[in-house]
Design a protein. Sequence first.
Length: 367
Amino acid sequence: MPEVHIKHLDKIYDGGVQAVWDFNLDIADGEFIVLVGPSGCGKSTTLRMVAGLEDITNGELIIDGKDCTRLPPKDRDIAMVFQNYALYGHMTIYENMAFSLTLRKEDKMVIHRKVMAAAEILDLKTQLNKKPKQLSGGQRQRVAIGRAIVRNPKVFLFDEPLSNLDAKLRGSMRRELMLLHKKLNATMMYVTHDQTEALTLADRIVCMSMGHVQQIGEPIDLYEKPANTFVATFIGLPPMNMFDGKIEGGKFVSELFDYVPQSDVAGRLKEYEGKEVVLGVRPENIVLGGDIVLNVTNNENLGMNTLVHGKVGNKTVVCKFAKWCTYKFGDDVKIGFDPEKIHFFERPVMGTNAKGEQVVTEYGKAI
């Protein structure tokens, strides 16, 4: 499998609207890269530029040592799996999987061998004589993947391939994709808005927002060491709780509570004395028994865990406790924070959009 080098990619549409800004990424042989972010963040546009379905405005794309920046899609030796499967309804599953090889006029025995090998990997051997409408959504998605496998491309591209499936099927297809990656040891780029898919599938995650890369790293790095307030709240479910405040006398002071950080964190906060900052804590890092009063609004019992929703003052807070909780609406519960799991960020920069609404123009960096 080849390396992929993406250097300073920009996408600017007619009218000067820029969708992607200075995208840089080096992908190793056999690496599974997941681009994740909200709708409109530029992740699909980036994938389509790699595929050749969108022109690259500025920048360079190198696949297996070959400059593919201006090459048409057919000359890039990539295969793309789409959200809507894009199968031919009048063809059998076998014919769908063989289609690209048939267009190339490959030998029929070679085509048969490749289709049967892909069908074996994807557990589709008993479905080859059926039409797409006779298959379930998950089976149709496997056919679309099989069509890509038979081409033996240098790079596999996936554009939200599981978003049309129900939650249970998405879970099983995620596991199948993980196994497929291990079997093929293939270089893959995968786009999703679902951070659960990103965390479970990726060797590395590229987290995007507003057309910019916000952080690149292994899933655990984005979860435990988010680079800014966007990554902190986008990665993780439920999202990180965020509290606005100020550093005064080495303490975090807010309208809701005061907090004394540990010595190593306190050292990093010295230069922020008198400045506004944001304190972040994940729901599972909130502990019972502290000085902060949570007024409970409801419980979500999940078996081994309970999500406890409530208010600290006027701020909505979500806690995740590793036990079955029976709190009722209106109960007051004393909580605190795991001191080793606290995050501090600079305050995000706010601005006004075209509609006159207050929006974040620059995310607060991790301190």
